[in-house]
Ligand binder design. Sequence first.
Ligand code: VGL
Ligand code: ZN
Length: 198
Amino acid sequence: MTSALIVIDVQNDFCSGGALAVPEGDAVVPVINAKMAQFDTVLLTQDWHPAGHSSFASSHAGKHPFDTVEMTYGTQVLWPDHCVQQTKGAAFHPDLRTDADLILRKGYNSALDSYSAFFENDQITPTGLDGYLRTRGITNLTVVGLATDFCVAYSALDARKCGFNVTVDLTACRAIDLNGSLAAALTEMKDAGVVLQD
Ligand code: VGL
Ligand code: ZN
């Protein structure tokens, strides 16, 4: 039984002063750093959008951050410009340990967002992470990071679909909580067999 820690999007833009700051986002950093020591394999994800990405409200005339839009793959929340490739906002929080086995970038396709570390938001385009973990014999995943109700939840749910045993450590996560999104995500994860630790 081999375990991996998946650290989702602990980047400047999701921390205090960032473009899409998650309330208390910074608080996860020491908790995650301490947790890394308990895992054989540590993996970081990095939200990594090209300028003008289709998930940005600024890319849609008349739209504002947190509005939604219908994309070919379903409803997409529109965000402030964030985690633009090569910017300070896209960099990891300066105190996060980054000596990980793998850093997976996602959301780099302009026309398609990717909350999950496993599949893009069309739910069919794979990132390759499933194969990476499987070929290394990893069966158990603990998912932590930002934000609980978006990239953490989507990653945990897809990990279950891929057949992994999944725990989300809520002490090492913080949420955006948009229109009840946190409660909905917690229910969905519980129903999918994700172990929620708090
Ligand atoms: C995220 C919204 C947009 C996340 C990423 O990391 O949860 N949320 N891009
Ligand atoms: Zn994003």
